[in-house]
Design a protein around this ligand. Sequence first.
Ligand code: ATP
Ligand code: MG
Length: 241
Amino acid sequence: MSGGAEVRLDHVTKSFEDGRVRALEDVSFTIAAGEYVALTGPSGCGKSTLLNLIGALDFADSGTVSVDDISLAALRRPWEYRAKTVGFVFQLHNLLATLTAIENVQIPMIGQQSPPHIRQQRALELLTEVGLAERALAVPATLSGGERHRVAIARALANEPRLLLADEPTGALDAETADEVLDVLEAVRVRHGTTILLVTNDEEVAECADRILRLRNGVIRAVEPRRASAASPATPGSSPR
Ligand SMILES: Nc1ncnc2c1ncn2[C@@H]1O[C@H](COP(=O)(O)OP(=O)(O)OP(=O)(O)O)[C@@H](O)[C@H]1O
Ligand SMILES: [Mg+2]
């Protein structure tokens, strides 16, 4: 992998239902390349909406979302950005029930030129990385919650993304299993320099990150550094209310 991507939001606004639901209001911050940032806030405050904008699964009404200084709204082929730069771990892990773990991990590789045995080998390496090589042939129904989330992380890493967006990957897990998933994310960051944005409502989980962004009613309320080694501080553009 070629290190992490830098993410920058400038005065981003997003609403739904013809403006009746205001999900994000004037949100500005920067995440440095290789930084690990937790995004917290109450249910409905706009966390998944924010992740969707950064993942180019949706687009802002106004303001800009840039990754490595390229505005996502200006991308001619957003699907290439989604396939090559971003790995997404969804709030619900979204594994395909009829496919085995190793087949699920290969889903993002479908558009690649590489032959099946190379994809298979790469998927096995990824499952090894998340500690699940011995469960490669299991279908999701026979995996534990934490194991499913680890498969989802392996799948998100399939195309060596420079940016990993994880939406509550530990939300449904007990503390011990959540720790396993967090260890995997930390290992990914250390090994590959991947930029990680992790959504969580759990304070303990958030404190694993370099910094915490606190979102409330679509507005960034606070940016808190957590580690001495954290990269340069974020620049919140919206005043707390
Ligand atoms: N496609 C949509 N159409 C209409 N409203 C939406 C849509 N997506 C999100 N919303 C609304 O936007 C707001 C922000 O939603 P979002 O999913 O970003 O919240 P969240 O912080 O991720 O919440 P949770 O912690 O429950 O997952 C909510 O009021 C939600 O109802
Ligand atoms: Mg959400």
